[in-house]
Design a protein. Structure first.
Length: 112
């Protein structure tokens, strides 16, 4: 049996995504930990629901659920979850900026 624990999945190491893989490897553990934490409970819930939807949503208290997959498919699931998280984080930041701008515009018009 071959040890594949240190092998990079094909979809990550080929082409432009190879640059992404190198960048991720260059990040410090502290940076990775910070990026891995959801910025809000809402983002965490959406990512959690997305992963449950991808894996199947049988309640674990009523079923003995076991999921088997390959390293490559697990890597793809992780990449999908990360991209969803980044998208949601950006959407949340945009919403925060828009709210701040609306408050600033309202304050400016009130002062005139």
């Amino acid at each position: 049996m071959n040890d594949t624990s240190n092998q990079v999945p094909e979809f990550i190491k080929n082409g432009e995504s190879g640059v992404l893989w190198q960048y991720v490897q260059s990040l410090s553990p502290e940076t990775i930990a910070q990026l891995s934490k959801p910025s809000s409970a809402d983002v965490f819930q959406v990512v959690e629901r997305n992963i449950i939807g991808l894996l199947g949503g049988l309640p674990s208290d009523n079923f003995d659920v076991s999921i088997t997959t390959s390293r490559e498919h697990l890597g793809r699931l992780l990449a999908s979850a990360m991209m969803s998280g980044y998208f949601l984080r950006n959407a949340e930041q945009r919403m925060t900026f828009e709210t701040a701008f609306q408050v600033a515009e309202s304050s400016a018009s009130d002062n005139q």
